[in-house]
Design a protein around this ligand. Sequence first.
Ligand code: SAM
Length: 294
Amino acid sequence: MNDTDGTWKTVPWNQRKFHRKAKKQCNHVAVNQECYISAKPVQFHLNQISCKVKELCGSTFCAEFLAALHNAFGNERHVKEIVCYALGTPTESKSSAYQLAMLAIIRQFLADIDKLSTMCEIKEFMEYFSKSFLRKKDVVLENVKCSLFDPVFTMQDRKLINDLSMDVLKENEEGRREATDETLFYMIHSDKWITNNLLWKNWSTENLNNLLVVGNSFMSIYERTPSSYLKADYKYLYLVNELDLYSEIQLPVYKYKEDTFNDTSVLWFPAKKLILAEAELRKSYQENCPTYSE
Ligand SMILES: C[S@@+](CC[C@H](N)C(=O)[O-])C[C@H]1O[C@@H](n2cnc3c(N)ncnc32)[C@H](O)[C@@H]1O
């Protein structure tokens, strides 16, 4: 349409192409030269998470995941806080979106864990949660604080996370967070150095006992990585195996999105094991924060 006289006019081919290109680029809004954010409304991403919550809640994978968390910490211990590192960008990556959906399920599960001990109760919880997710803000959630950090988070990711009543950490802790209370570290497919920093920061019987980790399988790491390499570069990760400090439940693969939770385990540090290694723990600790060659 011609703007000035209201008559139709053929648009030259090169202008049409330019127009299409410009429209495509409109899906991204420039924030600065290096960083682009997806311009889809946050409601779109919330709906995506909601679909994934429903899908996961209908799976045996999710039931086994929650049962593993229950077995690791049992009824006596309660997770007070969840810290998530290395999620990736949930508004741009499907795997990260699935991991965020699972995090939302886990958070409510941990808030309700006292009432959920049998597999039947866990399945009832999943059914209820998939129906009520985003419809009813459960006050119980306030009992389990949930904070996330990944340097790649976009503004859309941050908004999405906030809309799920979760916080984005202001500081890049690089895994160096002291667990003075029972804390779940949710760090799927994170790099070894983040895990090594976390272990270093909590290298005492009291603190290690407070850690519940969902992350890369330690068993797989020890099987695949030469111990001389681990010893040189990731001392605390190496010592966890050497001193036999940990227990692990390997999670099954999620068959509908196999690269999302593959090689993932629930890991914890039982008091019995830690007490036996108390002297070694004290002896091996070095005050200087670990540094890495790569
Ligand atoms: C291998 S990716 C895993 C992403 C996602 N969880 C997945 O499974 O697809 C590792 C992630 O660690 C993040 N990362 C790097 N440094 C970090 C830090 N200091 N704190 C938290 N996350 C970090 C990277 O940005 C990246 O998103």
